[in-house]
Design a protein around this ligand. Structure first.
Ligand SMILES: [Zn+2]
Length: 180
């Protein structure tokens, strides 16, 4: 095995070892902390880091700014995104932070208008993106498969693993898993 291959394998192993969500659940009651999500929008290079929920209440300003960056960037149209979807993204980010990874979630897609959805390759006809209940993206330096696995652990809804295209789909719908 060449050194370069070894390093790749070793870092993949490290990521796999980070997959100890049970340890995270024991160590921190992260759901009682203010819920902040940090997003980077690939298409527009926008970035926001906003708290949308704290002390048992929605923080409307932060929530709206997150909805805005999750808009349909083709139609330039935003909707109220599912707070449960934001909780899923927050859970993913809390898990990453627990493992010392402080990076924005690279966002390919959030809300989609019916037109954009119909013109998105591989999109489901009744996609939850059209209801503001789904997110597609990745985190640089984190194996997409690890993200998908953590999504499954969270049990917040559907998880799609798109290995070749290097992103995961997360939604707040029925719990299910598929490979794209
Ligand atoms: Zn999707």
């Amino acid at each position: 095995m060449q050194r370069r291959q070894f390093l790749t394998a070793a870092s993949a192993g490290v990521i796999a070892q980070l997959l100890t969500p049970a340890a995270m659940a024991q160590s921190a009651d992260f759901w009682s902390l203010p819920r902040t999500v940090w997003l980077y929008r690939t298409a527009t290079r926008e970035q926001v880091r906003e708290t949308y929920f704290a002390d048992g209440k929605i923080i409307w300003g932060g929530y709206e700014r997150l909805c805005q960056i999750l808009r349909d960037t083709h139609a330039n149209e935003a909707v109220e995104m599912s707070p449960v979807l934001l909780d899923i993204l927050y859970g993913v980010q809390a898990w990453l932070a627990f493992n010392g990874i402080q990076r924005p979630l690279l966002t390919n897609s959030g809300y989609r208008t019916a037109w954009t959805n119909a013109n998105t390759e591989g999109a489901a006809r009744n996609s939850l993106h059209m209801e503001g209940r789904a997110w597609d993206g990745r985190v640089p330096g984190v194996a997409t498969e690890s993200l998908a696995r953590f999504g499954l652990y969270l049990s917040g809804g559907g998880v799609g693993f798109y290995q070749a295209k290097n992103f995961v789909h997360l939604d707040d719908g029925r719990m299910r898993f598929w490979r794209g």
